[in-house]
Design a binder for this molecule. Sequence first.
Ligand SMILES: [Ca+2]
Ligand SMILES: [Ca+2]
Length: 474
Amino acid sequence: MKKYIQQTLLLLAILMPFTASAYDFSYRGIFYNKHGNEVAVTYKEFPYYNGHGVYTGDVTILDTVLYYYPVVGIESAAFYGCNELTSITLPNTIRFISDFAFYNCTGLTSITLPNSIKTIIGFAFYNCTALSSITFSNAVTSLGEKAFHNTAWYSNQPDGLVYTGSVIYEYKGTMPAGTSITIAEGTLAVGDAAFSGCSGLIGITFPNSLVAIGNVAFDDCSGLTSLEIPNSVTTIGNHAFHNCSSLTSVDIGNSVTTIKEQAFYKCDGLKRVNITDLASWCNIYFAFDEDDYFTSNPLFYAHHLFLNGEEVKDLVIPDCITEISKAAFYKCHGLTSVTIPNSINSIGYRAFYDCDSLQTVTCLGTMPPVMASSECFSTTTYNRAKLLVPRQSIETYKATNYWNKFVNIEGYGDAAPGDVNGDGVMKVDDVTTLIDALLTGDMDAIFIEAADLNANGRLDIDDVTSLIDMLLGS
Ligand SMILES: [Ca+2]
Ligand SMILES: [Ca+2]
C-alpha cells in the first residue's frame, strides 16, 4: 500500500512541471479544461508544494458554461491549497472528483456531494482539517484511498467500519484478531485500500449490491481463507487481494468483466477457483503486469477450476463465445482436454499456457481461430498433445500460425470422396493406399466410403480408375 501512495505522489510530482497554468479557458473566475463537448474544473496555475490556489470565499460551480458545455468533473488538484475557500457548491452534472482536488482546503467546513458523482480519486479531500459535515453521493463505485482522511469528519468517526455513502471506506483503527465482517446491503463498492493490512480479518461477506472492489482493498489480509465474489461485481481492482497468503478458495461471480493488475499476486495458497458460468469466465479481461508474466487471473495460482462444484478437466468452450481472453486458463493444471467451438475467432495471449496436463485439443472450426501469440499454448502442449481438427482442414491448420507448432495434428469426421487415407487432401498416395488395400485385403488404413467413388458398396479396380480420373481432372 505504501508503494501505491508513493506512486500517486510521484505521478503528481511528474505532472506538476507540465501542467502549470494549463487550462483551456476561464469563465466567471473559474478555470476549465475541455474534454470533447464537456468541461471539468481545473486550477489557474499549479500550486507547488505549500502553494495556494486562486479560488477563495464561497464558490458555486455552474452545471453548464458558455451556454453549452456541461461541467462534469473536478480535475486533479483543481482546488489544491485553496485555504481561503469557505464553501463549494457542486452541480448534479459532476461525475468525478480527481486526486488532490480539494487537498489542504482548510477553510472548508461542509460539502454536499451530488448523487451524480461516481468516481472520487485518492486524497481528494485530504487535509481539509475543518471539514466536519459531508453529505455523500450514493452512486460512487470507485473511491480512491485516503480521500477523506485528515478531515474533522474522519476524526469524528468511531473505530470500526466507516461508510461514505455507497462505499465502504475503511476499517478505522486496529482490527481485532479473528474478525469476520459483513458489508451492508446496498453498498456499491469497497474503497481503495479499505482493508489493506487488516491481518485480523478472517472472513468477509459481500452484499449482492456490490459492483466493484477497489485497488489494494484487501492487500495483505493474511487471515482470509476464502472469498465469495457475488454475481453483482463487475470489477476487481489492482492488488485487491495481493498477498492474501492464507486464501485457499475463491468464488468468482458471473458478472466479473475486469480483474486488474496483480489482483491475486502472491496468493500462493490458492487451491481452487469456483465459477458457475464458463461463458462469463471466458470473457473476463485479465490484466497482465508490465513484463507480461504475472496475470491477474487467480487460476494462475490455484491451478484448478471448478464449475458448479466439479473440477473442469474436459473443457468445452461454450459456442456463444467468440474470443477466449488472454490468460483465461493460464496454468490450469487440471485441464486434460479442451474443445474449441466454431464460434471462436481468436485465442488470447497465454490463454492455455502452462496447462501441463493437456492431452487433446479439439477444434470444431474448419477455419483455424487466430492465435494471438505462439504462447497461446506451451511448447510441452505443442510437442505432446494431439490436435484434432476437421479432416478436410488438416492442411489449413498445418499452414496456419501457430497451429502449425502442434507436432501431432489429426483429422476427425468423414473423409471427402477420393481422400482414401483421410489426411484431408486428395493426392497420388490415395491411389497407392487404395491399390495396397485391394491387393492385401487389409482395409484398416482406408476410409471405405471415401474410396467407393461409384458408390456401389464395393471396392474394386473401377474405384481406382475413378480416383485416377478425379486426380487427372483436378
Ligand atoms: Ca489423402
Ligand atoms: Ca465401388
